[in-house]
Design a protein around this ligand. Structure first.
Ligand code: NAD
Ligand code: IPM
Ligand code: MN
Length: 353
């Protein structure tokens, strides 16, 4: 029997509601494929913060270090400022474990009605490759002349040669691995003076190493419009931390719901554990009602299985999701137009394994 040690962090809000469904599906697929999961649960959350003044213990990163992967729900709750909760848990994990790739598939699943006319399952199927450790998400800068009329805040975006090249190269390698012909870069070099012309320069240099792959770039503003007008044309879209964040909600939004979208925060060199989590957040507006869609969390678990080398198990989970959604009588949660509970949809997917 194969064994994988997984750190489980449900986090806040609906994170605690969708996580049990992902674990239920993992148990079902593990039984079928002879995989045993050593699950270690961590209750790190905004509740922990309110109790202890920290989102995770001081040695939290070390406690996670020896796991094969981390499965995370969502972080953030009313009463704790988002920059405190996120910079106290999610972002340190991404950085300390050098999870510099945030891989976010955008796929129109069967049984989901997209807001767009004339697109069906299979038509929208691309990947956002988001830089995940630097760029606009930096701690550089600060507030000056606080409380005076000259008060000013500076937020410095940092693009290193190493950080830029490695995400661009990952995007091209990933496209090649998938057999996709097209890498699109999100830029804004007409308006952002230093970082984006640099990003473009590196994109052109890396693209030249991959003559078989078509490389193009769009400014982020028109790229957003193209995501809506012609989402069919994309294969792999690579963007900086902030652009990638925005595009990876826009893409799933165009497929009908962000609640199914998964992500992998990947350390490709496998020197550290990678972390898998839905794209969505803790959804305080629906928390406690038991109606959150668990598919983003379940699909994230499938991405984790794939990363762990359990490709067959991962494919089974995806097939189960698609079978249930495509069945015509799936227990759909309200975001998909149904009235089912989180656990109904989770149970249906687990039993389809
Ligand atoms: P959100 O993703 O939590 O919610 C946006 C909207 O989508 C809400 O109306 C919500 O009800 C709905 N939604 C999200 N997931 C759903 C699901 N599984 N099923 C059904 N509906 C779902 O984004 P937000 O409102 O901007 O943020 C809420 C909190 O979550 C904030 O504290 C934010 O910082 C945090 N957040 C955390 C993460 C993360 O942990 N990775 C990601 C995004 C936001
Ligand atoms: C995401 C989230 C996070 C991000 C926030 C909560 C810090 O939006 O994972 O997409 O911006 O990375
Ligand atoms: Mn986001």
């Amino acid at each position: 029997m194969r064994h994988h040690d997984i750190a489980v962090i449900p986090g806040d809000g609906i994170g605690t509601e969708v996580m049990p469904e992902a674990l239920r599906v993992l148990e079902a697929v593990g039984a079928r494929h002879g995989i045993r999961f050593g699950l270690r649960h961590f209750d790190w959350s905004c509740e922990t913060y309110k109790r202890t003044g920290r989102m995770m213990p001081e040695d939290g990163i070390d406690q996670l270090r020896d796991h094969d992967a981390i499965l995370l729900g969502a972080v953030g709750a009313p009463g704790v400022p988002d920059h405190v909760s996120l910079w106290g848990l999610l972002i340190p994990i991404r950085r300390e474990f050098d999870q510099y790739v945030n891989l976010r598939p955008v796929r129109l699943l069967p049984g989901i009605t997209p807001p767009l006319r004339d697109v069906g399952p299979g038509d929208i199927d691309f990947w956002v490759v988001r830089e995940n450790t630097e760029g606009e998400y930096s701690q550089l800068g600060g507030r000056q002349a606080e409380g005076t009329p000259s008060e000013m805040v500076l937020q410095v975006a940092a693009f290193t040669r190493r950080g830029t090249d490695r995400i661009l190269r990952y995007a091209f390698d990933f496209a090649r691995r998938l057999g996709r012909s097209h890498v699109t870069s999100a830029t804004k070099s007409n308006g952002i003076f230093h970082s984006m012309p640099y990003w473009d320069e590196r994109f052109r240099a890396i693209a030249a190493e991959y003559p078989g792959i078509e490389a193009d770039q769009y400014h982020i503003d028109i790229l957003c419009a193209r995501f809506v007008m012609s989402p069919q044309r994309f294969d792999v879209v690579v963007g900086s931390n902030l652009f990638g964040d925005i595009l990876s909600d826009l893409g799933p939004g165009v497929t009908g719901t962000i609640a199914v979208a998964p992500s992998g925060n990947i350390n490709p060199e496998r020197e550290h554990p990678s972390m898998f989590e839905p794209v969505h957040g803790s959804a305080p507006d629906i928390m406690g009602k038991g109606i959150a869609n668990p598919i983003g969390q379940i699909w994230s678990a499938a991405m984790m299985l794939d990363h762990l080398g359990e490709e067959q198990a991962a494919a089974d989970v995806m097939r189960a999701i698609e079978t249930v959604l495509g069945s015509g009588d799936a227990p759909l949660t309200p975001d998909l137009g149904g009235t089912a509970a989180t656990s109904d949809l989770g149970a249906a997917i687990a039993s389809a394994i």
